[in-house]
Write a new protein. Structure first.
Ligand SMILES: [Zn+2]
Lengths: 231, 364
């Protein structure tokens, strides 16, 4: 008989290495001011209490000038930043640098979700047209409907300026896809060419994370939007 | 493919434990509450990234501890793979394969296929349609990579559409255009799910019937019938026609999220007319067929976990079941019983080797 009878517990052979239980107690602060600062920093996306504390302690080590500079930059951010009245990109002036650049093709509009997409596309240096920043995607769960993003403003642009081409460059998430489709239905009767980025990236990939070469290629080789509708 | 070693740390009743397993059959005896089922659940975790019993990860952490960790060493085609799972309270679940963290847990599903057979299977008969859809989805997702993505996307679109319907009801405004926008997504992801389910049922029924007749000695015809509103209707039209109903109900009333299955023995529904013994045999056959289906699709034999299922199963059926499980179509076997001798005796009678572990309180 081959039955093996034995106790099955042994001291751990497979050890759990670095994933042990390091605990950083950051609940008790010696100062209310410090606590407040940590709280503010940790309200930033991706910053936990631990990282926030590291930032604050780092700032405390700097001289007064550095901190003053920091707060001035933040103040300016809230006082001086505006949105381009044309494309809703973030700008120092009523009309942004892209829209006011005479070398850019004003007849080609690239629709993006937010400024990060503008930065990503600009970094390829392959795009010569202008933008339209929607400022979000249709998503009832986030209480964002078609009227909460700059869709009517886009239609207004199409009605009032001479536009030849609209490029849909929203993320390929469920919400990006839905917003693309909504836009397409709204603008398909305008005499414009509607295209989209020719990317072979999977559903769910964000434009922001696409590498520069791939993005450069896809913004140069765009395809008619209708080709992507397998409905 | 088989699980060679498993370490547990603060998982349910295990503070710290290490197990080494046989490539074929492993038996775990011991009193109720000693942790036999928890051990199977830990194995289940390394395959599905979640507990079979408790979907809330943090509740599987030993009480008053901050985290649990599981580490499984699998052998697959002669190569070692280490699956590592750690859950800390209030933190994202961490899942690694060979030290590489998964960005999406869905990528792990199907890499180490597994079938759990448990007394809770009776819920497949007793509970509502959601339990049976989960059964379908669980099997298909292990063998069809797009299926889980389609399902996640479908559920996302469904959630968006339902929130919109509720927002409309609350504000009294009507936005048909926006609702229909989500129809597009439901159809886009729902149709391939429907097709995959139809195909699965077609392939599954003959396998299922064959196992039922192997375990049962009575000549009975068993069947399962897939029910979907999409069987006779175009999904787009269904959604369009249901608009006023959906508005009144403030949720989406038609689609593959309403699919169901009915189980039959000799054309009578199992739920109403089958004896407990028949139900047991029916459920076991479903699980065995599931394992066989996965083997055929993945060209890999899934691990089988059998948790205390022998109540209502006479010795003859039990012996037939074990004889089926240890033949070459099934993979590594984990089997628990409170009775320390009953299962080992069946193995002995069949002259099949089994690694016997009797769990005792001091070791847990
Ligand atoms: Zn501008």
């Amino acid at each position: 008989m081959n039955n093996i009878k034995e106790g099955c517990m042994k001291p751990k052979l497979l050890n759990f290495e670095s994933e042990s239980t390091e605990i950083y107690p950051v609940e008790k602060f010696p100062s209310k001011t410090l606590e407040k600062a940590v709280e503010v920093f940790s309200s930033l996306p991706g910053v936990g209490k631990k990282t926030a504390l590291r930032y604050v302690l780092h700032l405390l080590k700097e001289d007064a000038g550095t901190i003053e500079n920091f707060s001035e930059v933040l103040q300016n951010l809230s006082n001086n930043i505006q949105h381009c009245k044309n494309c809703f990109n973030i700008s120092d002036n009523p009309v942004c640098e892209v829209c006011s650049n005479p070398k850019r093709e004003q007849e080609v509009i690239c629709i993006v979700q937010d400024i990060r997409d503008v930065l990503a596309i600009e970094s390829t240096m392959q795009y010569k047209g202008v933008y339209h920043v929607l400022g979000g995607l249709i998503s009832p769960i986030d209480s964002v409907g078609p009227n909460d993003i700059k869709i009517n403003e886009l239609i207004h642009r199409l009605q009032t300026s001479r536009i030849n081409e609209v490029i849909m460059a929203l993320s390929t998430t469920m919400e990006g896809d839905t917003t693309n489709f909504y836009l397409f239905k709204k603008i398909k009767d305008f005499p414009v060419k509607i295209t989209t980025l020719a990317r072979g990236v999977a559903f769910g990939d964000e434009l922001e994370y696409t590498d520069e070469i791939t993005l450069a290629r896809s913004i140069t080789n765009r395809v008619p939007y209708e080709n992507t509708l397998a409905r | 493919m088989y699980l060679k070693e498993l370490s547990l740390f603060n998982f349910k009743n295990y503070s710290e434990a290490f197990f080494e397993f046989s490539e074929k059959a492993n038996f775990f005896g011991g009193n109720n509450g000693i942790g036999k089922t928890n051990l199977l659940d830990a194995i289940y975790y390394t395959s599905f990234c979640k507990s079979f019993f408790n979907p809330i990860d943090s509740q599987n952490i030993q009480s008053e501890k901050d985290f649990f960790m599981l580490k499984g060493l699998y052998l697959k085609d002669g190569e070692e793979s280490i699956v590592h799972c750690s859950i800390k309270r209030n933190q994202k679940k961490l899942f690694k394969l060979n030290k590489k963290t998964y960005e999406r847990l869905a990528e792990h599903i199907g890499k180490f296929p597994l079938v759990m057979v448990s007394p809770a299977d009776v819920l497949l008969i007793l509970e509502g349609s959601e339990t049976r859809r989960k059964f379908l989805d669980g099997i298909i997702a292990q063998s069809n990579k797009n299926y889980l993505d389609n399902l996640l996307n479908y559920n996302r679109a469904l959630a968006q559409r339902n929130v919109l319907l509720k927002q409309m009801a609350a504000s009294g405004r009507c936005d048909k255009e926006s609702v229909f926008l989500w129809n597009e997504q439901l159809v886009k992801f729902g149709n391939p799910i429907y097709e995959a389910r139809c195909e699965f049922i077609r392939d599954f029924i003959p396998i299922f019937r064959s196992y039922y007749s192997q375990i049962s000695d009575i000549n009975e015809t068993v069947s399962l019938v897939y029910e979907s509103m999409l069987l006779e209707n175009n999904f787009t039209e269904l959604l369009e026609n249901a608009y006023s109903r959906d508005r009144a109900a403030t949720h989406t009333t038609c689609g593959i999220h309403k699919d169901d299955m009915t189980f039959f023995i000799n054309d009578f529904p199992v739920k109403k007319f089958a004896s407990q013994g028949q139900q047991k045999t029916y459920l076991l056959s479903l699980r065995l067929a599931q394992a066989q289906y996965i083997t055929e699709k993945l060209k890999m034999k899934p691990i089988i976990l059998l948790d205390d299922i022998y109540d209502k199963l006479d010795d003859e059926r039990l012996a037939r079941l074990i004889a089926i499980l240890v033949n070459d179509s099934f993979g590594q076997l984990f089997i628990t019983d409170t009775h320390p001798q009953r299962i080992p005796q069946v193995f002995e009678k069949l002259q099949i080797p089994v690694k016997i572990n009797i769990l005792q309180a001091s070791e847990v």
